[in-house]
Design a protein around this ligand. Structure first.
Ligand code: GLC
Length: 430
């Protein structure tokens, strides 16, 4: 048995969050029209004029948030985090502080409100992603990540830009987002890069954003709101830590202290809709990522990037359906579960919820599964997907089972792997 990590107390309401375990990230903005990465404006150093067609023609006529919300619920997701504004600066809601918003496109609707309403109706909790970076705002100074970073006039333009005004803008928008859309459970700021430097210009961090002020505002407006760790503040001020594009292999720690954590991942390589990207993960990989996350005490926030017509393409729908098929039979080994103090056998992952211990079998062995430290501790075992009994192997005939170790419990498995992507055995501990 290992000692289970215990994260230090934080200000956000973590109770519902650690029970939920699985959420949907939605990256949606004008970049969906470019369809070649949400950083396209940065990558291709596109000017505001060059980016303007995506605004002028933005008309998501297939937008059906009820369908997104149903797909998320069926996939087993318990909350959603939606990009209210991404780095491009475009706002998905009817903000009073900018014209660069969805209600001024041919779309004409407050897409944030409709999405929030639809997801709430399906019983999901709501979070907003808000980009600290803004590549459209006229007061946001040109820095190492800005699309105009290599422009010869950049320094001259910066003289007329006033980050003080931009800080006010962010606070006004955070007020709108947290006051006008009902209960918001998560505020996901993204991101800080004080260490970057280019052409003598520095990246941005806590002073540039007034991170303290933003955090205080969020907590004042919504006590209990969960705030992420990308404001460039001391790590203990964040409620959750947010590894992306890699999976922690153990409970995440920061400076040696265990933390609440949420991995955010994509179905393919990009967050925004990317037409030509081909590195889509297989159903098995996706399901294992969820299991791996919970087995290390974390949450998984899995991303979809809707198209500029407002639909989820077939690849995204298939990925959600893979989760739905598995979760409809196995969510008990995910919700409310966390790391187990027991050490799993090779090719397996444990999750545990009180006296229920779940073994996820990644590679189905021949007939026997040996569980160290569990001898005499299991009252009953069954396959989770069909509640069919899994017998404890009582045959200890000397010599025949030379794998028999003291303290080990051996389960008798069917020879054939059950017909689910990752089989789970549920054990009731004594
Ligand atoms: C990165 C990227 C961004 C994405 C985010 C999600 O920081 O800048 O495009 O929104 O990760 O975690």
């Amino acid at each position: 048995m290992i000692q289970l990590p215990q994260p230090a107390a934080v200000q956000g309401d973590m109770d519902w969050f650690v029970r939920a375990r699985f959420g949907m990230f939605i990256h949606w903005g004008l970049y969906a029209a470019a369809a070649r990465h949400e950083w396209v404006k940065h990558h291709e150093e596109i000017t505001d004029e060059g980016y303007e067609p995506y605004f002028r023609y933005f008309d998501p006529d297939l937008f059906d948030p009820g369908l997104w919300a149903r797909k998320a619920r069926e996939a087993g997701m318990k909350y959603v985090v939606l990009t209210a504004k991404h780095h491009e600066g475009f706002c998905l809601w009817d903000s009073a502080y900018t014209d660069y918003k969805v209600t001024n496109t041919p779309c004409g609707k407050d897409l944030l409100r409709e999405t929030v309403d639809a997801f709430r109706a399906e019983g999901l909790r709501i979070g907003f992603y808000y980009s600290l970076i803004d590549w459209h705002h006229p007061d946001f100074t040109i820095d190492p990540l800005h699309p105009m970073r290599n422009h010869p006039e950049a320094s001259a333009w910066n003289r007329a830009r006033d980050m003080g005004r931009y800080r006010e803008y962010m606070k006004n928008q955070v007020r709108e987002l947290l006051n006008n859309y009902g209960d918001i459970d998560i505020l996901w700021f993204d991101f800080s890069y004080p260490e970057k430097e280019l052409h003598g210009r520095k990246g941005k961090g806590r002073e540039d954003w007034d991170s303290q002020g933003l955090l205080a505002l969020a907590r004042e407006l919504r006590p209990g709101i969960i705030v992420d760790n990308r404001l460039d503040l001391p790590p203990e001020m964040a409620d959750i830590h947010t590894p992306e594009q890699y999976q922690p292999a153990a409970w995440m720690t920061v400076n040696g202290t265990p933390v609440y954590w949420e991995a955010c991942q994509t179905f393919s390589g990009s967050w925004g809709y990317h037409r030509d990207e081909t590195s889509w993960k297989s159903p098995e990989q996706l399901i294992r990522m969820l299991i791996n996350t919970v087995s290390c005490g974390g949450n998984l926030l899995m991303n979809v990037g809707p198209t500029a017509r407002g639909n989820l393409d077939d690849r995204a729908l298939a990925a959600l359906d893979a989760y739905a098929a598995w979760m409809s039979l196995h969510s008990r080994s995910i919700y409310g579960c966390t790391q187990s103090p027991y050490e799993p056998p090779v090719d397996c992952r444990y999750t545990q919820n009180g006296d229920r211990l779940y073994v996820h079998v990644f590679a189905w062995p021949f007939r026997h599964l040996h569980l160290r430290g569990l001898e005499g501790r299991v009252a009953y075992a069954q396959l989770l997907h069909d509640a069919s009994e899994i017998c404890v192997c009582r045959d200890t005939c000397d010599g025949r089972h030379d794998w028999k170790q003291p303290g080990t419990l051996t389960l008798e498995l069917p020879v054939q792997k059950p017909c689910v992507t990752v089989p789970v055995i549920e054990m009731f501990l004594k």
